[in-house]
Design a protein around this ligand. Structure first.
Ligand code: NAD
Length: 390
């Protein structure tokens, strides 16, 4: 079949297998060129099919020679419909890693269930005995509580009052304004249930109890803080409440995992185009401004570049894990530099339809968005028939 991008709002419903293969190969190539580093060899990634989780998995495998198990939830292909992007990434990752002689297994399953956790524990016992690193990189709009059976939704809304701000329609390349009503208390609580630390805690306590965490094992979950410019919708919004909850869980988990000499912590990552971040209002305009400035200054990184630097220098570097006084690892160090943020602030007030292309990297945003669905890759003939099964 011919597979074309089908974009509705800020969501692309299709993915191109050949482009997804290119995307994976490019990330592996980056890690190969960046070079090997030493880290323990058995890794579990929750949410390893896309974005930050995939970047971590590729860095651990091709940089640190680690065997990896990935749990992600992706739409499978049918003869008539392509899969979601992460389904192809996991398939091609497992093939490429195995070719390299590495253990690589992907489970397409809902990580929020007890059944999945039990299946993963069995898989760890079968393949590794124990794991040395657990990466928690899930981003989901819904979660069914595994005990009560109740389904919770995560929303991206401000708290307290309606928030009106500039935004961008990145598909059409136009600056517009969005107004988002404040979340209800129930919506805030739902977002914390989905994106907070409850599920991460269930995972770590379950793995500890089953004795599948190796001595000295580490666990990392990902968060975002960002500048004041995006506070109302991010850090001081519903998702921010969830992230604060995740960060508080890290302290509790850190104490719990000390029993085996391990540690649990949160890494605050940079704002980047992923399927999860494209749907957050206001954030695409911020990311477009950020990309432009970080590229101009030669300090732009994508997911795999961030996660390679994190593992090599901030988690398994010569001084061990580099955490701040709040226990956080900072991969947002370059994003939050004063010179970068001052420029974003100055440009934010001026940005309009006419100067969007010169002040912001809207083309770069759109290109990343297309490419993470396998489109716009040079060397792929998009007019040719392709097997959606990959
Ligand atoms: P993403 O959309 O690229 O990836 C999300 C992953 O979660 C995918 O592998 C998906 O399959 C998996 N997933 C979702 N629901 C699942 C379920 N029920 N069971 C199993 N797997 C499931 O997202 P991302 O942007 O890489 O986000 C990952 C983490 O990084 C999140 O915690 C996010 O808040 C954080 N983060 C993102 C950014 C950013 O700008 N993108 C910045 C800082 C931190």
């Amino acid at each position: 079949m011919i597979i074309e991008p089908k974009i509705i709002g800020r969501v692309c419903l299709t993915a191109h297998p050949l482009g997804m293969k290119k995307a994976l190969e490019e990330q592996i190539e980056y890690v190969r060129e960046a070079g090997k580093f030493v880290m323990p060899g058995r890794v579990l990634v929750l949410g390893g099919s896309a974005g930050y989780g995939l970047g971590t998995r590729i860095s651990a495998a091709f940089g640190g020679d680690a065997g990896t198990i990935n749990i992600s939830l992706e739409r499978e292909p049918t003869g008539k419909k392509p899969a979601s992007p992460g389904w192809y990434s996991s398939k091609y990752f497992d093939e490429a890693a195995r070719k390299e002689g590495l253990i690589a297994e992907s489970l397409n399953a809902d990580a929020f269930t007890h059944e999945t956790r039990l299946a993963v524990i069995e898989k760890i016992r079968e393949l590794f005995g124990q794991v040395d690193l657990v990466v928690y990189s899930l981003a989901s709009p819904v979660r069914k509580d595994p005990d009560s059976g109740e389904t919770y939704k995560s929303v991206l809304k401000p708290l307290g009052k309606t928030y009106t701000a500039k935004s961008v329609d990145f598909v059409r390349g136009r600056v517009d304004e969005v107004s988002i009503e404040a979340a209800t208390a129930e919506e805030e609580a739902g977002t914390v249930k989905v994106m907070g630390g409850e599920d991460w805690t269930l995972w770590i306590s379950g793995l500890l109890e089953a004795d599948v965490l190796a001595k000295g094992a580490k666990s990392i979950a990902y968060s975002y803080i960002g500048p004041e410019l995006t506070y109302a919708i991010y850090r001081a919004g519903t998702i921010g409440s969830a992230k604060e909850n995740l960060e508080r869980s890290a302290s509790a988990l850190d104490s719990m995992i000390k029993s085996i000499g391990g540690e649990a912590f949160v890494s605050v990552n940079k704002a980047l185009v992923t399927r999860a971040s494209s749907v957050i209002p206001v954030v695409p305009l911020y990311i477009s401004l950020l990309y432009k400035i970080m590229k101009e200054k030669g300090i732009h990184e994508n997911c795999v570049e961030q996660m390679y630097r994190m593992l090599r220098t901030k988690v398994y570097g010569p001084s061990g894990t580099l955490r701040d006084e709040n226990g956080l690892v900072h991969m947002d160090d370059w994003e939050m530099r004063r010179d970068v943020q001052d420029l974003i602030g100055a440009r934010w007030d001026k940005i309009d339809d006419d100067n969007l292309k010169s002040l912001a990297d809207i083309g770069g945003f759109r290109e990343d968005f297309m490419r993470l669905h396998g489109f716009n890759w040079p060397g792929v003939d998009y007019s040719a028939d392709v097997n959606p099964m990959g």
